[in-house]
Ligand binder design. Structure first.
Ligand code: TLP
Length: 341
C-alpha cells in the first residue's frame, strides 16, 4: 500500500531519524524554572537569527501569535491586519475571545497591504467613539495570499506608518524562513520592522512542534507571563528544542528545494483546462477551479487517487510542498490532479 502524496500542508512532515536522535540525546531541565539548556540555546539562536535581544519558545504558532497580540492589545483596541491573516481567520477567534480586542481586517493584494491602506485604517486619537488602533499584524509569507513574500521596502513602509502613529507591529513569520529563502533578504531585516516576530519550526522546517517569539529584552517578561497564563510554560521542552536546532541546521538551508517543487507543480498544472494557478513565490500553490468544479468533491476524488490537498473555500484548492515529498512525487501529484477533473 503506497502512502498518499500529502500536499495538505508543510506541517505534515515526520521527524527524520537523525532529528529523533538529536531529540533523544538532548540535555534538558525544567524550563519553567529556566533550567533547560537546550531551549535556552534555541532561544539564543533564534534571537540572533532575527536580530532581536530575546526569543521565547512556544508550543504552537497560534499560541505564539496570540501571546504577542495579547501583550500589545486589549479590550476595546483595534488590531489592523489583512482580511485573510492567520491571526484573525484561523485562530478560533482568539483575538476577541482571549483579549477583547477587535480586528480591523483590510482587503489585501495577495495578502499584502499598502501603506496608504494602513494609514487610512488607523483611528484618529482623541475621539471617544472610536476604538484605539493599537497593533498592526502582518504575515510573511502571507499564507492565504499564496505564500507571498513581502518586498522589504513595502514592509518597512507599512510598519513605519504604524509605528509613527504609535501602534506596535507584530510579524507572523510562521514561514518567514521561506520569505528569506525566496528573496535573499536577511531574516533580521524583516524582523527589524516589527516589535514582536513569531516563527514556526513545525512548518517548512520539519520539527514536530514549536514556535518562538522574538522581541526586546524589555518586552520578553511580559510575553513569558502571558505564555504561562495560556498554559504554554513547558517543562523538559529541550527535547523539542533539539528538534528545532536540528531543523535550523539541516532543513533551513534546503527551503529553496520546496520552492522549486511548488514551481514544478504550478508549471505542470498551468495549461490544464478548468484550473487557474496563482503565481508561486514560495512553497504554496493555490489553484482556482472553473465553473462546474468544486473543491470538496475534487479533494475527495484526489484522496481516492492518492493525493491529499487542502481547500480554501468552494472553488480553490491549496497544495503545499515540504521536505517529505520528492520532486517526482510532485510531478505525479500534478498528473493525478489533471486526471481527476
Ligand atoms: N497554518 C496552517 C493552518 O492553520 C492553516 C497551515 O496548514 O498553513 N501563522 C501562519 C501564517 C500559519 O500558516 C499557521 C499555521 C500558524 C500561524 C499557526 O501555527 P500552529 O498550527 O503551530 O498553531
Amino acid at each position: 500500500m503506497h502512502l498518499p502524496i500529502d500536499l495538505r500542508s508543510d506541517t505534515v512532515t515526520r521527524a527524520p531519524a537523525a532529528m529523533r536522535e538529536a531529540m533523544a540525546r538532548a540535555e534538558v531541565g525544567d524550563d519553567v524554572y529556566g533550567e533547560d539548556p537546550t531551549v535556552a540555546l534555541l532561544e539564543r539562536r533564534v534571537a540572533e537569527l532575527l536580530g532581536k535581544e530575546a526569543a521565547l519558545f512556544f508550543p504552537t504558532g497560534t499560541m505564539a501569535n496570540q501571546a504577542a497580540i495579547g501583550a500589545q492589545a486589549g479590550p476595546g483596541d483595534e488590531v489592523i491586519c489583512e482580511a485573510g491573516a492567520h491571526v484573525v481567520a484561523f485562530e478560533g477567534g482568539a483575538l476577541s475571545a482571549l483579549w477583547g480586542a477587535q480586528a480591523r481586517p483590510l482587503p489585501g493584494q495577495r495578502g499584502l497591504l499598502s501603506a496608504a491602506q494602513v494609514a487610512a485604517a488607523i483611528q484618529p486619537p482623541g475621539n471617544d467613539h472610536f476604538p484605539a488602533s493599537r497593533l498592526l499584524c502582518v504575515e510573511n509569507t502571507a499564507n492565504r495570499g499564496g505564500g507571498t513574500v513581502w518586498p522589504l521596502a513595502l514592509l518597512e513602509e507599512v510598519s513605519g506608518v504604524a509605528h509613527r502613529a504609535g501602534l506596535a507591529v507584530h510579524l507572523d513569520g510562521a514561514r518567514l524562513w521561506n520569505a528569506s529563502a525566496a528573496s535573499g533578504v536577511a531574516l533580521a531585516d524583516y524582523a527589524a520592522c516589527a516589535d514582536t516576530v513569531s516563527v514556526c519550526l513545525s512548518k517548512g522546517l520539519g520539527a514536530p512542534a514549536g514556535s518562538l517569539v522574538a522581541t526586546s529584552a524589555e518586552f520578553a517578561p511580559k510575553l513569558r507571563r502571558l505564555r504561562k497564563r495560556l498554559g504554554g510554560g513547558l517543562r523538559q521542552v529541550g527535547h523539542l528544542a533539539a528538534a528545532g536546532l536540528y531543523a535550523l541546521e539541516h532543513h533551513l538551508p534546503r527551503l529553496a528545494e520546496d520552492h522549486e517543487k511548488a514551481r514544478r507543480i504550478a508549471t505542470a498544472l498551468a495549461d490544464v483546462p478548468g484550473l487557474s494557478v496563482a503565481p508561486v513565490e514560495t512553497n504554496i500553490v493555490y489553484v482556482e477551479l472553473a465553473d462546474g468544479l468544486d473543491s470538496a468533491s475534487l479533494l475527495h476524488r484526489l484522496r481516492e487517487a492518492g493525493v491529499l490537498a487542502g481547500s480554501d473555500g468552494p472553488r480553490k484548492i491549496r497544495l503545499v510542498t515540504h521536505f517529505d515529498v520528492a520532486p517526482e512525487a510532485c510531478d505525479e501529484a500534478a498528473r493525478r490532479i489533471a486526471g481527476c477533473l
